[in-house]
Design a protein around this ligand. Structure first.
Ligand code: M6R
Length: 605
């Protein structure tokens, strides 16, 4: 994954590099580093741990220089320590890299045969060694082109040269890279978000592009080494703030923001006067669609799984759901009358992007459900449906999940109405029920105190299970994912009806089991499965909306959530699960916004 930054300026750059790295920490936070050209030498500072630590090092010993590169790391090759942190420098060149060099072992072995020793365990250092060799005979631009020709895998690179203190070179294949423009200063960054506090004028490199960035100009070259021009985009203003306000951390702020983000999203898509859902730019006429394929990773994949139930309920279209990392390698039969929908908060997830790219090359119609509208996935799909959730900073996705589900819900309703799969009266009723959602979510958030007690009760457990049927099954998967990523407590999500086929063996005295049982058509059946768990000693937390009545004396905890249209329960039942994982993690003193081993944007395979 990792985040990279490069700045060429007429003033010192290290403070701006550090500030941009703080913004990029969502891409990786296990080590940080920068290099500038100071008094004609490459001056590298790096450490394991967060950017804050790097900042302290720089406070003790500041880096001068008007040109530099910086990096935050999410380790792929080699443990996160100071030696493996980027930049990787030789006497004459310094490199930061996001991506994976798949032939690094082979290249390393060849160099080792001729006596080169490598300092780090990283794949990146081979780029430094290759460049150092090439620079003996070639100018920097040619050396970069020849080097990247030898690399297999993915990369976004920022490179500075001891003997050329006037420019940074950037190169991209597979991993995203943006360029920003300002007066007497130009920038290179893994994304526009990192550059936003410095400029709103941005261009994006395409695969194979190389750029040479000096303080006064940026030159671009394509993979054929031809000089090219790039479109300059003006970034939109962020309406939502990216500060924690009075909250302890971003995650809890983002959980409590959900009534507002849902309201904003509804406003964007529902025409108030005509009570109509607006989707103007779908790449296929809904009447012509014969299949919808929903693709995503992690939490985004769970939103696709929930949406499958809605599309099947409301429309007559065949629905498939796929995990992006599987889809991209399967022998898929592409269908010109199918709509391929890619769901991603960041819009930069490598697997999702690769799956989209595959569809693009097959010339089938694509659509993306995205939070970051300037992202690679948004820019490369035929149609973009933003979720309007505002920046999501916590690594654990919360408000984006609700936003993704909401846009998919609206889309399923709209497609159903256009195809006459749903009667207009029912369609209008669903829209009016949807408008209650912000209030229903606020009601569900009121359960926080009770959930704190439950979290205290289960935080020392060695495992847990989450069960549901119908659309509550993917919500169980999402609840389990949230708990494991935040609190490192093992959690399994399962369809309640599958328990008897194996997982029931896991139930033992005191094992926490969260049962998600809204009063839908599955209710009785889910309760029977719950009783089977109770009979084997499971400690049940029941989430239902049974008007406050205790359903069984053997339930350890019960939370009654507000009633709603039954197709809306996934939104409401997600809230206590988010709060539960948050409070368990808080009791366990885990790093809430930056769980171990993870990153917000997953830009490696
Ligand atoms: O940015 P994306 O939505 O494409 O990210 C996909 C997953 O990496 C992401 O949802 C991940 O599972 C979250 N950390 C879960 O909270």
């Amino acid at each position: 994954m990792c985040g990279i930054i490069g700045i060429a300026s007429n003033k010192k750059v290290s403070t701006n590099i550090v500030n941009a790295l703080k913004k990029l920490e969502y891409r990786g936070y296990d080590s940080a580093g920068l290099a500038t050209i100071t008094n004609g030498e490459i001056n590298e500072k790096k450490c394991s741990g967060r950017v804050e630590k790097l900042e302290k090092i720089l406070f003790q010993s500041p880096n001068e220089g008007n040109l530099g590169i910086g990096h935050v790391r999410w380790a792929t090759h080699g443990v996160p320590n100071e030696v493996n942190a980027h930049p990787h420098s030789s006497e004459i060149v310094s490199v930061v890299h996001n991506g994976i060099i798949e032939n690094s072992d082979k290249l390393k072995k060849e160099f080792e045969k001729s006596g080169t020793t490598f300092k780090s365990q990283t794949d990146t250092e081979v780029i430094t060694v290759l460049l150092t060799e090439k620079l003996k005979k070639l100018d920097p631009l040619k050396a970069v082109f020849e080097t990247i020709d030898m690399l297999k895998g993915s990369f976004a690179l920022g490179i500075i040269f001891k003997n050329h203190k006037e420019f940074v070179i950037g190169a991209r294949r597979g991993s995203p890279l943006a360029v920003g423009y300002s007066n007497n200063e130009n920038y290179l960054g893994s994304d526009s978000y990192a550059l936003k506090s410095m400029t709103n004028k941005i261009s994006y490199l395409d695969d194979g592009d190389v750029c040479v960035l000096s303080k006064d100009e940026v030159k671009f070259y394509n993979h054929n080494k031809d000089k090219i021009n790039k479109e300059i985009f003006t970034l939109s203003e962020d309406k939502a703030s990216v500060s924690k306000g009075n909250y302890k951390n971003f995650m809890i702020k983002e959980i409590f923001e959900q009534p507002v983000t849902v309201k904003t999203c509804l406003k964007e898509y529902i025409d108030k006067i005509r009570e109509e859902i607006n989707f103007y730019n779908l790449p296929l006429d809904p009447k012509e669609i014969n299949k919808i394929v929903l693709i995503g990773c992690g939490t985004a994949y769970h939103s696709c799984l929930v949406a499958k139930y809605w599309f099947e309920e409301f429309t007559s279209i065949n629905i498939e759901v796929d995990i992006a990392s599987e889809f991209r390698y399967r022998k898929v039969r592409f269908d010109k009358k199918a709509l391929y929908i890619f769901v991603s908060q960041s819009g930069e997830t490598a697997d999702t992007y690769a799956a989209l790219d595959l569809c693009k090359r097959q010339n089938v119609k694509t659509c993306s459900v995205i939070n970051v509208v300037e992202s690679s996935i948004a820019r490369n799909s035929n149609c973009v449906l933003p979720i309007h959730a505002g920046p999501e900073i916590g690594v654990a996705s919360t408000k984006a999940f609700l936003g993704q589900m909401l846009v998919l819900y609206l889309l399923s309703l709209k497609i159903s109405e256009v195809r006459n799969d749903m009667q207009n009266i029912e369609y209008k009723k669903k829209i009016s029920e949807l408008k209650k959602l912000p209030t229903l979510i606020s009601e569900a958030l009121k359960e926080e105190e009770k959930i704190q007690l439950i979290a205290k009760d289960i935080c020392e457990s060695k495992g847990s299970m989450f069960l549901g049927r119908g659309s509550s099954f993917p919500i169980a998967l999402e609840g389990a994912l949230k708990l494991k990523e935040l609190s490192y407590l093992h959690a399994e999500g399962y369809p309640a009806g599958e328990m008897k086929h194996g997982p029931l063996a896991l139930i033992e005295d005191g094992l926490p089991v969260v049962v998600i049982a809204p009063k839908d058509k599955y209710f009785e059946k889910t309760l029977s499965n719950m009783q089977e768990v109770i009979a084997r000693g499971g400690k049940v937390l029941l989430l239902t909306n049974s008007d406050g009545k205790v359903i069984s004396e053997n339930i350890r905890f019960q939370i009654n959530l507000p009633d709603s249209d039954l197709t809306l329960t996934p939104f409401i039942f997600t809230i206590p699960l988010q709060l539960l994982s948050y409070h368990v993690a808080l009791f366990k003193k885990c790093d809430i916004d930056k769980p171990r081993n993870l990153a917000k944007s997953v830009t490696v395979e």
